[in-house]
Design a protein around this ligand. Structure first.
Ligand code: GLY
Length: 338
């Protein structure tokens, strides 16, 4: 059964319908064109809406100015204007690129997403953030602008590679920790079913994550304050991703444990919660401890967007459902004291 979540941005009238369920019927009747990850096109071509289509190679290397120009050229070629919907179909890198290209083409034309990865469905496609990597740093250029709709069809998840699937589970654990103990405990109970990609459990998990994120984004669409909690595990996670070349999900998994370690170190979190988090992530086959030279990590951390007035603000936990964001001197961070 399809379920819908309405994300309404107060003030600017933008709203986004998030459907957890099937693609049909697509909530759009006007002209559309499609930008799709070519692996998704290969596996699911018969399920894609028809229209002029650009195939791209998903993955972090997609998020460049060169590929942005390829999308702009495609939009020019198909005559896309403010009445045309551009549908991004793929994981977070495709939705990031399409979101940014459509935010800037003709000063903004409509976009919508069919999120085909677990990471996209539970996080990246929801909330309107888009971006490109530039100057050696991730997501350095981007906007926050809501897509018209996002479809999260768990049917796409069966063809994900084990690595991509595991990566999405790291964001699921993050969301459960932010939401509260009840969701976290359900994940512990559902560990085996999630490992086997049980469709019903996945639909429930995607719905809970998307609904939680929609509420957070609605309260703080521009990430002035509350939305920052969604960066739990991403401070060191991003640094490990860049320095060690680990996948986003693997790096975030270790980043969540590092955030728990720091919270324990500061006397905020009971160590038993850190141990449960680590054991759940391990159960999903994710790494929980990574290390790299402090110097290399610092060179990435200084470019971090979570810095304010030169200080890095860390997302810490006082327990599940009790996140807090505060500056912590780098000398206090256990993972940096090698
Ligand atoms: N991925 C974090 C956010 O959308 O704010």
């Amino acid at each position: 059964m399809d379920r819908e979540i309405l994300l309404e941005v107060p003030g600017d009238g933008a709203s986004c319908r998030i459907r957890v369920g099937s693609l049909d019927p697509l909530p759009w009747e006007g002209p559309l064109c499609v930008v799709v990850d070519r692996r998704v096109a290969r596996w699911h071509r018969e399920r894609l809406p028809s229209g002029p289509t650009l195939e791209v190679r998903g993955g972090e290397s997609l998020k460049t100015v060169r590929n942005l120009e390829k999308v702009w050229s495609f939009l020019k070629e198909v005559g896309a204007d403010r009445g045309t919907l551009v549908l991004g179909v793929g994981g977070g890198t495709v939705t990031d690129l399409v979101g940014f290209a459509t935010a800037t083409w003709h000063r903004g034309i409509p976009c919508a997403f069919i999120a085909t990865t677990l990471l996209g469905q539970v996080d990246a496609a929801v909330g309107g953030k888009n971006g490109l990597d530039w100057g050696g740093a991730k997501n350095q250029v981007g906007t926050i602008r809501q897509p018209r709709f996002v479809v999260c069809d768990p049917g796409f998840l069966s063809s994900l590679s084990p690595e991509d699937y595991r990566g999405g589970l790291a964001e699921v654990v993050k969301t459960a920790l932010l939401d509260g103990a009840a969701f976290f405990e359900r994940l512990e109970d559902w560990q085996g079913l999630l490992r086997h990609r049980d469709p019903e459990v996945l639909a429930e998990v995607v719905h809970r994550c998307a609904a939680f994120k929609a509420l957070v984004v609605q309260a703080d669409p521009q990430e002035a304050d509350r939305r920052r909690i969604l960066n739990l595990g991403h401070t060191l996670g991003h640094a490990w991703e860049v320095v060690l070349g680990r996948s986003h999900g693997e790096a975030v998994a270790a980043g969540i444990v590092a955030a728990c370690d720091l919270s324990v170190h500061l006397g905020l979190l009971d160590p038993s919660w850190r141990d449960r988090v680590e054991s759940l992530l391990r159960g999903f086959g994710l790494p929980t401890r990574l290390s790299a030279s402090t110097e290399a990590l610092l060179s990435v951390l200084v470019q971090d967007k979570k810095r304010r007035r030169g200080e890095i603000h860390w997302v810490l936990l006082a327990g599940p459902g009790r996140p807090l964001v505060q500056p912590v001197p780098l000398s206090e961070v256990p993972a940096l004291r090698l």
